[in-house]
Design a protein around this ligand. Structure first.
Ligand code: FA5
Length: 335
């Protein structure tokens, strides 16, 4: 019997060593310790042996069975980890490819870049200013003293003396403080107000324009604005200048363009007026020159501030400005 046990052990070791598939492992298990396996059959044969033979063969047979069980377990573990390693490194050429999605600029950024390009073409340099301003730059130096009613129209967020700028006009002061005339600049950027409806958002973008030189006249302002609007909306665009008031310009005007949603008949977007206001403008008030030490006898200038979202609404036919900032991908994908 001892010889036979040794044969079984040798056969088992040889087959275990050469197998590398789980189904072969299952077969080896069946051949040795399965219902009709060689070891199982020998265990059944033990019954027919004498007590003395049983005492000798029993423990050896049990030991062989335990050895086979643990060697099979170890091999199963080895095969499993080898298979998972292979899976991780596998490259399946037949799988469908993953499409890479390319983003694009936000529609407001697209329009902002287009407008900057047009003004650059007319010789305006691009300047920037801080979004957190002091009361002095946002109001005082623009001839809007503390108790001036014009402050009510641009309500914003205050922290002590600091405000989230309500318009890009303070950049006019920063630039004139550091640069002598003549100059011709635009200042694009974010501004903030306590506003929200179909044509107003609490954060929006403006482009400020400022030109200071000898003999700058209102007709220069009109020429620049009309040329700009024709570039954006085409030669047939309907534009109107309305007299208005800004403490930092005199005379002042607001510029409207015909509402593209209703072509002038009146709708929700234009507040039934047929026109949509896109910018404020005027000749720089001599009082502002006083704050930056420019001589108003020698220099004159014009300034304007336009709302980029309003222009983008007209360009793309958007009837509610708030859509720009809801981050709905179905809306943004269209531009
Ligand atoms: C001003 O902000 C002045 N600083 C413009 C200016 C500059 C006048 C230089 C004279 C000289 P106003 O408050 O009208 O003006 O705003 C200018 C433009 O910003 C408006 O015509 C409009 O197009 C846009 N706008 C104003 N409020 C909002 C808002 N809440 N949401 C979106 N656009 C707005």
């Amino acid at each position: 019997m001892t010889d036979t046990l040794q044969d079984i052990r040798t056969d088992f070791e040889t087959r275990l060593e050469t197998l590398d598939r789980e189904e072969d492992l299952r077969q080896v298990k069946a051949d040795f310790i399965g219902k009709k396996g060689r070891v199982t059959l020998m265990m059944k044969e033990l019954k027919s042996l004498t007590p003395e033979e049983k005492r000798q063969a029993g423990p050896a047979l049990n030991q062989l069975k335990n050895h086979i069980e643990s060697a099979l377990q170890e091999k199963a573990h080895e095969l499993k980890s080898r298979a998972s390693k292979n899976r991780a490194g596998a490259f399946d050429l037949t799988l469908p490819g993953r499409k890479s999605t390319t983003g694009h600029l936000h529609p407001v950024t697209q329009v902002m870049e287009e407008l900057i390009g047009i003004f650059s073409g007319m010789g305006f340099n691009v300047e920037e200013g801080p979004q957190i301003e002091s009361d002095y730059y946002n109001f005082e130096a623009l001839n809007i003293p503390k108790d001036h009613p014009a402050r009510d129209m641009q309500d914003t967020f205050y922290i002590g003396d600091k405000v989230l700028r309500t318009h890009t006009s303070p950049v006019q002061i920063h630039v004139m403080e550091r640069q002598p005339p003549p100059l011709r600049i635009i200042a694009p950027g974010k501004v903030y107000r306590c506003d929200s409806d179909v044509s107003h958002t609490p954060m929006f973008h403006q482009i400020e324009g400022l030109m200071v030189d000898h003999n700058v006249k209102f007709s220069d302002l009109k020429g620049v604005i009309e040329t700009f609007l024709k570039e954006v909306f085409g030669a047939n665009v309907k534009v109107r200048f309305r007299p208005s008031f800004f403490p930092f310009t005199c005379p002042s005007a607001e510029v409207d363009i015909q509402c593209v949603m209703c072509t002038g008949s009146g709708c929700r977007t234009c507040g039934q007026t047929g026109w949509l206001e896109i910018l404020g403008a005027g000749m720089v008030d001599p009082a502002v020159f006083g704050f930056v030490d420019y001589d108003p006898e020698e220099w004159s200038g014009f300034a304007f501030g336009l709302g980029i979202e309003r222009i983008a609404m007209l360009k793309f036919g958007i009837n509610d400005i708030r859509l720009y900032f809801e981050n709905d991908i179905r809306f943004l994908h269209q531009f």
